[in-house]
Unconditional design. Sequence first.
Length: 173
Amino acid sequence: MGLRRHNPPIDHDACGVGFIAQLGSGAGSREVVERALIALQRLSHRGGVDADGTSGDGAGLLTPIPQEFFRARARELGVELPQAWGLGMVFLPHTETAAVKARLEALAEASGLRVFLWRDVPVSPAVLGRSAAETRPAIVHVFVVPRRAGDPHFERVLYLFRKRVESDALDGV
């Protein structure tokens, strides 16, 4: 069983990209995020809003993982994250959720990882347009850790795990 089958009428590439970066220290800043949000608002002309006028296309910002934020969220769930961990954002169907999670856990094991924690992402369904509400997935974070503590190839293992999950999701398309 794959994670989700490719659906050509729904799944397609975006036609607009914005890039905002800060040269120099490498430290993040609120100004960069604010400018990126303005750029995102200015891309709405490319069809980023559905015919219902309220459903978006899911475009967003890519930022580094805020380590302390996720450590605090894990603590709220009674879990202390180890030194090395990876994080995935997973969009699950409302049906077969347990089966898809089990498949992801099996793929993690086959990749040399262990699923450490699942976290439901808080959402505000009331702000969704009709089209988005009808097709809204369950959104979860999956935290993975290396099976071998101190694995010097952890980043590579994470990358290969992601590729394995992507391949599995498209299996049988």
